[in-house]
Design a protein around this ligand. Structure first.
Ligand SMILES: [Zn+2]
Length: 314
């Protein structure tokens, strides 16, 4: 039997509040790219949460995702709206998940662990099941869109690592980033951190550093030609220029001439529908400049020096 062709996948890795919903919409506007948003979203996709699709319907009510479920069932795969089981999570609880499939803080340790997880009988079965379900879902989404490349903006590094190890995935990784000052102000504003107290700032900058390192470990293990970095600020300042970069990186034809109607049409985007507002233009969010004090800026800059230097945020 001949080997079926690998599925081209563009994976957007990074941290929240960095413009990934905007990027998902822009990617989806390309005639060859199908971007359903964040394909992995363990807790959010459970049935008890309403309004999970960007069309405002819950996943079991949205006709688009109902059709996806129907086609998955046609392939013999149960695919309940609230329980897709495609996230790369091995283990029945949080502790086991961290151990078997979460970030360990060290690339060598993660490679050894991942090798064993694919071979130990009781975890290998789970990995094979995840592979089967992910492959079927990607094929169904491409089949329904009539497109050839899938873009997944799930952001987490563990999923990037999982996809990078699959022989049937032709992976290209976009490391999407945002100025740490903008990230921090956004986190604080949304109520994730009640006030700009030192402990909250410490937590937010800690997350920023950790997520940076997690994505870099995956990116550094890949062919450099298969990875690119993209700054949220550059995407807002020059969308057509950044789309030209992405098209060259992904080996696809250039986007149609800017402006493109990336927000019009029938979207059923997964992930963070709260940030999806039809009709909005691209607005570069620089509110941190008036929201953070000089002292807070100094603190963030000092704590995120490695990531900042890497991405050129001075
Ligand atoms: Zn929908």
């Amino acid at each position: 039997m001949s080997q079926p062709a690998a599925i081209p996948v563009i994976y957007v890795a990074g941290i929240g509040r960095s413009g990934s919903t905007l990027l998902a919409l822009l990617l989806n506007s390309h005639p060859q790219i199908c971007s359903p948003g964040e394909m992995a979203g363990y807790k959010r996709y459970r049935a008890r949460h309403a309004g999970l699709c960007s069309c405002k319907a819950s996943l079991h009510e949205c006709p688009y995702w109902a059709e996806v479920s129907r086609r998955m069932a046609g392939r013999g795969l149960g695919f309940a709206a609230g329980n897709w089981r495609i996230d790369y999570r091995i283990g029945a609880n949080y502790g086991l998940w961290r151990l078997f499939s979460g970030p360990l803080g060290n690339g060598q340790a993660e490679r050894v662990r991942d090798w064993w997880v694919r071979r130990l009988p009781w975890t290998a079965g789970r990995v094979r099941d995840l592979e089967r379900r992910n492959r079927a879902l990607m094929e169904v989404l491409l089949e329904m869109s009539g497109k050839t490349i899938l873009a997944d903006t799930s952001k987490n590094a563990s999923r990037a690592g999982f996809l990078a190890r699959l022989p049937w995935v032709d992976l290209r990784l976009i490391h999407l980033v945002r100025d740490p000052r903008g990230y921090l102000a956004s986190q604080v504003r949304r109520g994730g951190h009640a006030q700009l107290r030192p402990i909250s700032m410490s937590r937010a900058t800690g997350t920023y550093r950790r997520r940076f390192a997690e994505v870099r470990r995956v990116a550094d293990s890949m062919d450099p030609a298969r990875t690119m970095t993209l700054r949220y600020e550059d995407l807002c300042a020059d969308p057509p220029g950044q789309l030209r970069r992405i098209a060259a990186f992904a080996s696809v034809q250039p986007w149609p001439t800017w402006p493109i109607a990336y927000r019009s049409g029938d979207h059923h985007l997964l992930g963070n529908p709260l940030t999806y507002r039809p009709g909005d233009g691209i607005v570069h969010d620089e509110r941190w400049k008036r929201e953070l004090s000089a002292e807070q800026v100094r603190y963030v800059m000092a704590r995120t020096a490695r990531a900042r230097k890497f991405f050129g945020y001075e």
